[in-house]
Ligand binder design. Structure first.
Ligand code: PLP
Length: 352
């Protein structure tokens, strides 16, 4: 239904002291620079101020070497992700995507009555681009999430470039870079600048901690962005974001040390947690370069998630392809200590 966030599922009301590591949010929230910009800008909120949005788009384009018209600013990336998917798939234009991966791909395919071609991740949890290419002779779109949600694992840029080069004419490669900033790998936004059939999604919900403020970019050739209007008329009105969101996004982009600092905080906390779990003998999905990881709970993940909830720790869901694994978001060091205690307790509980 309507309402709720992009990755939330149905989140139950939780006690105020609950550890919430279920929806890949950033426990640090917006940066101080973003908060200041948001406050200052709120006072100007009586006017439409389209130039506010234009400024943010100009900063983004400059940072990524994009020409005018190659990016659009939206309230979050989930909306433009739907538009990117839906404007390129349909009954005779299938969607090829990875399994397990972010469910918005197959959900959009259902909406559009587009045939679905899920392709298993490789043994080391990369998108299997060779198998994706072999899945169908003429898909409408390939959907790649990099780093992947829920595994946090990376698909090498070289593999994505291979797919772009070898894919059939008329299909697009949609690369969801929601978690890109947490990794050390290169973006494929340069492929958009090079006029390839590529649509990249970026969000301010993750490393920038603005999930509730809402800002995100669709990056693509102007003709591919124009096509968004074929599924939502007019798509431009969806791109009308509040001036506070725009100002917060721009301040975040211009905050020079922010990404590196937050990437390090996330990496350290994630690695500490994974080291703890590994030492205790639990099996994890290795190689996460994002603010999430998966762990084997040796029982249906949904049951385990409910046990953890009783310990006041809200963890993420499981995926049909990996039913005994749960996804856990990286919280603060203190939150991850509470997670560890609750995790060991719940794992020690007998289950049937
Ligand atoms: N793409 C992926 C892979 C996500 O995990 C999410 C949210 O969790 C989104 C897109 C959409 O997020 P938002 O609309 O907040 O940018």
């Amino acid at each position: 239904g309507f309402g709720g966030g992009a990755d939330m599922g149905e989140r139950q009301p939780l006690p105020s002291d609950a550890v919430i590591i279920s929806s890949n949010e950033n426990p640090l929230g917006p940066a101080q620079s973003a908060l200041s910009a948001i406050c200052t800008t709120a006072a100007l909120g009586g006017r439409y101020h389209q130039e506010e949005t234009m400024k943010t788009i100009a900063v983004f384009n400059e940072q990524f070497g994009l020409k005018r018209g190659y990016s659009a600013l939206f309230p979050g990336s989930g909306g433009p992700l739907d538009l990117a998917l839906m404007s390129n798939i349909g009954p005779d234009k299938p969607l090829v995507y990875a399994d397990p991966s972010y469910e918005q791909g197959p959900r959009a395919a259902d909406t559009m009555n587009a045939p679905k071609f899920p392709v298993k991740l490789t043994a080391d949890y990369k998108h299997d681009v060779k198998a994706m290419l072999a899945a169908h002779p003429s898909p409408g779109a390939y959907y790649i999430v990099n780093p992947n949600n829920p595994t946090g694992t990376m698909t090498p840029k070289a593999d994505i470039l291979w797919l772009i080069k070898n894919k059939p004419k008329g299909s697009v490669v949609i690369v969801d870079e929601a978690y890109h900033h947490f990794s050390n790998d290169e973006s494929v936004i340069d492929q958009v600048a090079a006029d390839q059939d590529v649509i990249v999604l970026r969000t301010f919900s993750k490393i920038y901690g603005m999930a509730g403020i809402r800002a995100g970019f669709a990056v693509a050739r102007p003709d591919l962005l124009m096509k968004f209007s074929s599924v939502a008329a007019p798509a431009r009105s969806l791109a009308s974001i509040s001036i506070t969101s725009s100002a917060g996004a721009r301040a975040s982009l211009q905050d020079k040390d922010l990404v590196a600092l937050r990437r390090k905080i996330n990496t350290d906390t994630r690695n500490d947690t994974l080291e703890f779990l590994t030492k205790k003998g639990y099996k994890i999905v290795p190689g996460s370069q994002a603010n999430m990881f998966m762990v084997d709970v040796q029982r249906p993940g949904t049951d385990f998630k409910n046990s953890m909830l009783k310990e006041n720790v809200a963890i993420g869901r499981s995926w049909p392809a990996m039913p005994n694994y749960v996804r856990v978001t990286v919280g603060t060091p203190d939150e991850m200590k509470k997670f560890q205690t609750a995790f060991v307790k719940c794992m020690d509980q007998t289950h049937t």
